[in-house]
Design a protein around this ligand. Sequence first.
Ligand SMILES: Cc1cc2nc3c(=O)[nH]c(=O)nc-3n(C[C@H](O)[C@H](O)[C@H](O)COP(=O)(O)O)c2cc1C
Length: 198
Amino acid sequence: MKKLFATLMILLTGLTATAKGADMSNAKVLVVYFSRTGEQYSVGNITEGNTAIVAKMIAEKTKGDLFEIKLKNDAYPTEYHPLTEVAKQEKKANARPEIIGKVDNFADYDVVFIGSPNWWSDMPMAVYTFMEQYDWTGKKVAPFVTHEGSGLSSIPSSIEKTTKAEVLKGFSLYGHEAQNEREDSKIKVDSWLEKLGF
Ligand SMILES: Cc1cc2nc3c(=O)[nH]c(=O)nc-3n(C[C@H](O)[C@H](O)[C@H](O)COP(=O)(O)O)c2cc1C
């Protein structure tokens, strides 16, 4: 009887651990993101990008370091429609716009969150410029996306293809929700992070 009880307890503990996922409380976290200010779909002129808002929420809960992907020569239009045209051309050309800055001690991070707006069902090409600059061996990558209807699209698999790292369950949120419903957004972000083990 004692033995049966012990076996059941071991089984139960195992099941609970699986349901909760990995324990990430000691993971060293980097939150990388690309985000635009200016005129955006459904939110008008914004001074803090939608993806930037989510990135900061993630960094706060995971005690992660933030890194913003910024273009070296930022000639993107600040109006929404002209920007969509430029972005379309860049995607078509599979461009790699130059970016500035480097993450110090990239090798030290266990988990890297990659945040991006959904641009034409993909990421801005500058995110690929970023990913191709680093060695992702042994890292876990968690994708997050803000969008206005397309969700994650195939962004997680593009990240997997480029980094060859282990990609964790991704998260997507409407850009206007991140911008205008911060408390509700934070609840959703935190719930995703808790499922990942944070
Ligand atoms: C160039 C461009 C292309 C976009 N393409 C899509 C798209 O294909 N699907 C979608 O749901 N939203 C699309 N959007 C909307 C953005 O994903 C959304 O507004 C996002 O929250 C912007 O994030 P940011 O403020 O961090 O840059 C596009 C926006 C831009 C500027």
